[in-house]
Design a binder for this molecule. Structure first.
Ligand SMILES: [Zn+2]
Ligand SMILES: [Zn+2]
Ligand SMILES: [Zn+2]
Ligand SMILES: [Zn+2]
Ligand SMILES: [Zn+2]
Ligand SMILES: [Zn+2]
Ligand SMILES: [Zn+2]
Ligand SMILES: [Zn+2]
Length: 396
């Protein structure tokens, strides 16, 4: 009967009693039977072979209390050490002696604001942690939500803020989190190379681009850096000085009447042109309206015969005058050629001596010109002598 029963009972695999250990130990059929006979429902709590071996080699550990300056002792039992070892945990960071532990039990957990700026959450500062704090002040720590987000995020690289640069710079997980909490965009920063280049640059004073202005403007180090990165080199751009910029703001393009008064057209006097004229101390220019300008371009010089009937030369009627006369509705005027004009101006009316009596003969500019043109001769006799000569000469 006994033999039959023991033959029917099989060995059992029982889990190791050490929490975290997945090994088993074997309960022999005989042991199973004995347990049944004793009426034990639960299998005995026992260690697996490995745990047992480890346990045998261990001794109770006496450590200093973690509270700074306490000097008390903490004993970590062999089994406790074994559990930690099996679970792959290291010796606990804060171990309190008996006295400190009971003191900690009298303390309340404290809610400490999350260290991430912009986060309103708190984290719990446990009494044990309070006890071991060297200065009694809570450490900087993230709340659970922030910490989870921090863990889940990834390190990123930010694009350098200098336009034209493809450099990058690290953007830590913590910075990302803090920026998100504060509702900020990722910061604009310079890469290492740009920062170094910038250190080697200095602000430069550059001449104002308005002609006639001796003002200057400052080409900042940063703008120079941008120009470098954009491949524009080290030549400063054309820019106005602050005074010119401000003055330009107050100026507006103006419509100005055509320089031909009879024309109703206007031309646009640009603000920047007005500014340049002011700087040079010049008055607003006189200009043709666009229509007149176009008409002027289509006209050519005309050669008009000299007003003097005895002259075969011409004078030049300029396109501008033609335009002017068109607007005024005027005919082409009569004018002397340049030669005649100059001659008359340089030959005022004069007196020449009469060859007869030596008295003065009035010789007008016009008469001199006629002589110059070969039409008349230089006068010889005064009116009196001429009359005498007519009387004395035999009648023809
Ligand atoms: Zn075990
Ligand atoms: Zn202590
Ligand atoms: Zn937080
Ligand atoms: Zn850069
Ligand atoms: Zn200027
Ligand atoms: Zn006009
Ligand atoms: Zn002439
Ligand atoms: Zn005379």
């Amino acid at each position: 009967m006994r033999t039959t029963l023991s033959a029917a009972v099989q060995a059992r695999e029982i889990p190791c009693r050490v929490p975290g250990c997945t090994n088993t130990w074997t309960q022999s059929p005989r042991q199973v039977l004995e347990a049944l006979q004793r009426g034990d429902r639960e299998p005995p709590r026992r260690m697996c072979d490995r745990c047992h071996g480890l346990y045998q080699g261990m001794e109770d550990l006496e450590l200093e209390c973690s509270r700074p300056g306490c000097g008390g002792k903490v004993v970590i039992g062999r089994f406790q050490q074994l559990v930690r070892k099996v679970q792959g945990r290291s010796t606990p960071r804060s171990l309190l002696c008996e006295a400190c532990r009971s003191e900690a039990q009298g303390l309340e957990p404290r809610q400490i604001p999350c260290r991430v700026p912009g986060c309103d959450n708190t984290w719990t500062w446990k009494p044990v942690e309070q006890i071991v704090s060297p200065d009694g002040r809570p450490p900087q720590r993230m709340c659970d939500r922030c910490y989870r987000e921090y863990r889940a995020s990834e390190h990123r690289e930010l694009q350098c803020k200098v336009p034209g640069c493809d450099g990058t710079l690290p953007y830590s997980k913590y910075e990302q989190l803090a920026d998100r909490r504060a509702g900020r965009k990722p910061p604009a920063r310079m890469c290492r190379t740009c920062a170094e280049t910038l250190r080697g640059l200095q602000d430069r004073e550059v001449r104002c681009s308005t002609s006639g202005c001796d003002g200057t403007w400052v080409w900042t180090r940063f703008s120079q850096l941008v120009a470098l990165r954009q491949g524009k080199g080290t030549k400063p751009p054309r820019r106005r000085c602050p005074a010119c910029r401000e003055e330009l703001q107050s100026l507006e393009d103006r419509e100005v009447r055509c320089r031909i008064h009879a024309c109703p057209g206007t031309w646009t006097y640009r603000a920047h042109h007005q500014l340049a004229d002011r700087r040079r101390g010049r008055k607003p220019p006189k200009r043709l309206c666009p229509e007149c300008l176009e008409r002027l371009g289509s006209l050519e010089e005309r050669h008009i015969p000299c007003r003097h009937e005895a002259c075969d030369r011409t004078w030049v009627l300029t396109p501008f005058e033609q335009l002017l006369f068109e607007h005024l509705g005027r005919e082409v005027p009569e004018r002397l050629c340049e030669r005649c004009d100059t001659f008359l101006r340089t030959h005022p009316t004069t007196e020449v001596p009469c060859t007869g009596c030596g008295g003065p003969i009035l010789w007008t500019s016009e008469a001199q010109l006629m002589t110059e043109l070969g039409r008349w001769v230089r006068p010889q006799l005064c009116a009196d002598c001429k009359a005498k000569a007519v009387r004395t000469s035999p009648a023809s």
